[in-house]
Design a protein around this ligand. Sequence first.
Ligand code: TRP
Length: 346
Amino acid sequence: MDTVLTGDRPTGRLHLGHYVGSLKRRVELQNNNQPKEMYVMIADAQALSDNFDNVEKVRSNISEVALDYMACGLSPDKTTIFIQSQISELCELSFYYMNLVTVSRLQRNPTVKSEILLRGFKQSIPVGFFTYPISQAADITAFKANIVPVGEDQLPMIEQTREIVRSFNTLYKEVLVEPKAVLPENETCLRLPGLDGANKMSKSLGNCIYLADSADEISRKIKSMFTDPTHLRVEDAGHTENNPVFTYLDAFCRDEHFSALWPEYQNLEELKAHYRRGGLGDSKVKKFLNEIIQEELRPIRERREELSKDLGYVFDMLKKGSEHARKKAAQTLDEVKTAMGINYYR
Ligand code: TRP
């Protein structure tokens, strides 16, 4: 039986990039009928590794992320949603895994390298941050997850985890499971651009549509989206590639949207062809995109609003999820200590 684990750092609300890149997929995975164990973790301890001076930011975003999860359709009946810091076994596992990883191996991790640059740590890299790939290996192996649905930037973490698993199993005993990363199938979903079209959708760049945005905010953001800068007049021929309006249509638009909303075209290819020929204005395409995104996000926003009225329920769900997750992690930790020969009293 498959065991699926993934998670997010609670440093902000989740946005459309998270939605197409992973949330949608997780919900589909949760709801398909294949038997599996599924865990989704709010990685607050990892978020603290570069926000230790801003605990409030991490703390306050735990419920925001939990609301986003549940609004998208993750259900506590089928998925164990839990908070990383509540599972102290993860720290213990990390401590033993640290022996299996060299400093130079950590220095080669491309994601950590670029994060260090981005955060301007230079020579003053906090040890906790530098070693978070080890703690992520603990997150994954504690649950014996074999499937880890993630974005591309997380591939080095999965590779590091696999190396730790192989070292541990060879050195001590075959206890841990090698995980496999699962990426979104389609290129567009792998890296949804931001409203500016120049970068990936990212909170720090202010180019996001959030799952919690109001209908008005969404319309305003879509109206202000970057398009093809050479498409000055309606008659001009336009470019659809590197044009985020069309990239979002690639991600969200289905043929049914045309029959329901814009019967002049049969499908996205026809719309694109018209835009490329010239004679199609950006505002019309944006209006169409707006209707599609509104339709997709409306039920999510409404569920989110409903759920946010009872945060007591949300935290209760997280507490139960964390208790359940902790049992599994404790079981693995016990096997790990036995394999290492450090369970002395039995
Ligand atoms: N590193 C992930 C992120 O930045 C969060 C994370 C922590 C995670 N532990 C994990 C993801 C384990 C998958 C598996 O979003």
